[in-house]
Design a protein around this ligand. Structure first.
Ligand SMILES: Cc1cc2nc3c(=O)[nH]c(=O)nc-3n(C[C@H](O)[C@H](O)[C@H](O)COP(=O)(O)OP(=O)(O)OC[C@H]3O[C@@H](n4cnc5c(N)ncnc54)[C@H](O)[C@@H]3O)c2cc1C
Length: 405
């Protein structure tokens, strides 16, 4: 009897999940190839700041986080949704809890114990790992790998590419696969930063004094989307949870219009009319800083932002000052580079894939994970979709092989 041989390129959450499904009692030979000296490096990094692996909100809201790709990702989540993911984690002996924000987190808040248990299970199921094997493309239908002992050609009955996006290249996923797939005729949307920071033209004065400080609480609006939260001032601009949540809108506005701005409400919960009246009260001998603190509760970096971004006339007029506090435009000039982003938008176009995630133009080659053309905010949505797409691609491979018997 033939033993089908499956080559998985990329040992991140998507590739490892596919390996688990494929090696679970199917009699297939499953080999994982990864360019790095060990697998799951970005997954481990995701675990460093307190890993959010999924979210407990209702499925309809959850699916909505994938915006333009909600339809496609919904079908993956039908196969392996947030609850199935939590059950699977528990099956590895790792407890999870739902935090106050609704995010599902391993109790230990780390990825390492989970990855250790998972790799142990995969080895037990016969999965073979080949690290320091960088996939270069194809030659005569075989996969080409650069290895420490030279170039290696690998023949496989089915291939899963799960090589990640283009950010944090030092963890392994560098987007070098884009030209390889394009050359093979696969439609790939340009990779773009998602959940990223932005450049702002700070004055040296502002930057020196306020880089590293958190602006909180604020409400920020870009286009139709408004979010409350906090963000950080950096040497080059802005970053942090609130910025990541609005990053896709800001990035797309920059690309479309050549400019974009975040509109900040520095005094959430305070009414514009009341604020105007408070700021119009006689200032006496008070400095502007004291007046802002006493009358509007604005101080520190928030007051500095007003000075940095408002014309002197606006600072002198109570109504203009109140309007600026409630809707301060903060212009951004560019996204931070892709390599710094938490995740990647763009990637293999869904038109190039069948529902089982096989490339229509290259039968027997499947794709999963962040390398596909979808994006989502942080908070567990990225990992959940990577795991789910790994499941879908593995099932697609099994069905495809079944048809060939
Ligand atoms: C700092 C940080 C924090 C994050 N926090 C969270 C979080 O809390 N929650 C969340 O949901 N998501 C988070 N993410 C995102 C999440 O980690 C990724 O979306 C996820 O790891 C992507 O999984 P993947 O399997 O598609 O790709 P990756 O995890 O990127 O794995 C791809 C693998 O392919 C290998 N590879 C790449 N090219 C080649 C090649 N040519 N040949 C061989 N191997 C190759 C790489 O070495 C890598 O091991 C975070 C990301 C970062 C950077």
């Amino acid at each position: 009897m033939t033993t089908w041989r499956i080559a998985i390129v990329g040992g991140g959450p998507a590739g490892l999940m596919a390996a688990e499904v494929l090696s679970a009692g199917s009699g297939l030979r499953v080999d994982i190839y990864d360019a790095m000296p060990s697998v799951g490096r970005k997954f481990l990094m995701a675990g460093k700041g307190g890993m959010n692996i999924t979210h407990s909100e209702p499925l309809a809201d959850f699916v909505g986080r994938y915006c333009a790709r909600a339809g496609q990702v919904a079908s993956w989540l039908d196969t392996f949704g947030p609850q199935a993911l939590r059950d699977w984690i528990h099956g590895l002996g790792i407890a999870t809890f739902v935090g106050s924000s609704g995010r599902g987190v391993p109790t230990e808040m780390k990825a390492a114990p989970l990855l250790r248990a998972w790799l142990h299970r995969l080895r037990g199921q016969g999965v073979q790992f080949h690290v320091r094997h960088r996939w270069l493309g194809w030659h005569d239908g075989q996969l080409r790998f650069d290895t420490p002992t030279g170039e290696l050609a690998v023949a496989a009955d089915a291939v899963l590419l799960a090589v990640g996006g283009g950010s944090w290249a030092k963890l392994g996923s560098d987007g070098a696969w884009v030209p390889v797939l394009r050359e093979a005729g696969v439609a790939v949307e340009a990779l773009k930063p998602a959940n990223c920071g932005f450049d702002v033209d700070w004055s040296p004065y502002f930057c020196e004094r306020h880089a590293g400080q958190a602006v909180k609480p604020v409400v920020a609006t870009v286009g139709k989307h408004t979010r409350q939260g906090e963000f950080n001032i950096t040497d080059s601009g802005i970053e942090g949870g609130l910025i990541y949540a609005l990053a896709a809108d800001l990035r797309d506005a920059l690309a479309r219009d050549g400019r974009a701005a975040l509109h900040l409400d520095l005094a959430p919960g305070r009414d514009l009319e009341r604020l105007t009246a408070d700021l119009a009260r006689p200032r006496g001998r008070d400095s502007l800083a004291n007046h802002l603190r006493r009358r509007a509760g604005i101080e520190g970096v928030k007051a500095a932002l007003l000075r940095e971004l408002c014309a002197p006339e606006a600072l002198a007029s109570p109504s203009a000052l109140a309007a600026a506090i409630k809707g301060l435009p903060l212009p951004v000039t560019a996204t931070r580079p892709l390599d710094e982003a938490i995740s990647t938008a763009g990637g293999v176009s869904f038109d190039a894939l069948d529902p089982g995630l096989m490339l229509r133009g290259i039968p027997g080659v499947f794709c999963a994970g962040e390398m596909l053309d979808w994006e989502a905010p942080t908070g567990g949505y990225l990992l959940t979709a990577c795991f789910a797409s790994g499941q879908v691609a593995a099932r697609g491979i099994l069905a495809w092989l079944q048809d060939r018997i």
